[in-house]
Design a protein around this ligand. Sequence first.
Ligand code: FAD
Length: 495
Amino acid sequence: MQAVAAFSSSLLLPPPFKTLIPSDPFFNCNPKTLTPIFRPLLKHNNSRRNAIQAASSSSKKAKSSKNNRRRPSRRSAIKKSFSQEQLIFNAPISDDPNVAIIGGGMSGLLCALGLEKRGVRSTIFDSGMHGLGGRMGTRIIDPQPLIFDHAAQFFTVSDSRFGKLVDGWIERGLVREWCGPIGELEAGGYFKPMASSSPRYIGVSGMRPLADSILSQTGMVNVVRPCWISALDPFNGMWHLSENGKPHGQFDAIVISHNGKCANRLLASSGLPLIAKQMKRLELSSIWALLAAFEDPLPIPSSMSGTPFEGAFIKGVDSVSWMANNTKKLFPSQSKGPQCWTFFSTAAYAERNKVPQEYIPNIRAEKVKAGMLEGVEMALGLSPGSLQRPFYTRVQLWGAALPTNTPGVPCIFDPLGRAGICGDWLLGSSLEASALSGMALADHIADYLQSGVAPPDEFALGLHNEFQPIDGHDIGQFPGLEYKEQVAEVQTCIT
Ligand SMILES: Cc1cc2nc3c(=O)[nH]c(=O)nc-3n(C[C@H](O)[C@H](O)[C@H](O)COP(=O)(O)OP(=O)(O)OC[C@H]3O[C@@H](n4cnc5c(N)ncnc54)[C@H](O)[C@@H]3O)c2cc1C
């Protein structure tokens, strides 16, 4: 594979940049921390050397390491992302390139899968303690066990590329249709069914097991978990990743497949100002999840066929936007035993009751639980206090739940910094959007790595796109899902 050669992109080079030479005595590297110490070059014109890059942020890092008694606050670190200089890699790309993917949600997983299809190795780093998947979370409470999907509930398919993938998952027994009735529940217990031009899909054993299995047939993807990447350092033409000072290897290119505060912090002094700026423009909602298990079935309004609904978008209730019977969804033939329900708040309610998601005070958790259970009563049209008491509850705040704006590009790529972004927010707010974004970035990076001498600016993507608001439900978008007006209610369902 050949080096990406000269570069001079008016599109991509904001401020004047500095270039670094690895043989320079000032270019020291502590092999333990892999922290580069860069010295600015006097001449600009050494871009063809097989070395690296410029990053004033890195020279700032060097200064701050001398004087590390005063560490910058997170706020000031994020502010710096607007003033950092563009990093430029012009070392040749390895013959057998390796890409680091930071985030093992749907987008990161499909990016790895797509890279493998194009013959490119990758390593996924994911901070998940219980498994891969990010916002494809499934909580299993032993010993019963009680099982709840506590973020993504189901998905639809509108794009044939995603559809092909889903067909493969169905064949492997990872995914099946969810045939139980779903619809809109108006406060007071008024249920209106919804139909879908595309089937509704769920992970057969929940969303997390689906995420954990997506890569089971791959041979070129390495997964490192749980691992929270805290620093990205360019050195000797490669990206060096580390977790609180512990090195995690070097890579030809990086993919940021997560978002929110973590990503803003990671990018704040990365030498990727355009990428950092786009990430910083993303706005995210918050959502409270209440998981509740009940001994007996809830008094659920029936659909037209007389079957109680299994999932409903709630209207006219301030504290609840969605409720789903996860027991009926995941185990449709089970007629006895407790029923596990997942309730989600509205984004507005979560905003008003927001706390740091890592430290939820008990008093707030109790208030949210009571507020949401009251909302469930209202939605079902029950008299106050008459809802059966759940024997198990757990509340959780998704502080960075769903994107509310999007640049509307499949992925973002900075060829000078050899870094890309994928995630739901680039195209919308759904599992399908995440999947398409991951697949698009994989193809884009593979094209870039295999391009030989093509000028890097040809590969710049999404670095300047304006953001537009995203429409949809509080828990995301479901392309193809519509109200059932005069449609016959029973859908053909292949199980
Ligand atoms: C409450 C809720 C309900 C939803 N319901 C639905 C639904 O029913 N249907 C639907 O289609 N979509 C739904 N969504 C949206 C859907 O879950 C997301 O669009 C999708 O899962 C996003 O995938 P992603 O790969 O873009 O990001 P994520 O799933 O967020 O993945 C990012 C990963 O990166 C990891 N990470 C972060 N920082 C680091 C770091 N520094 N180092 C290593 N790892 C890191 C995180 O742990 C996470 O695993 C819902 C979302 C929420 C919050």
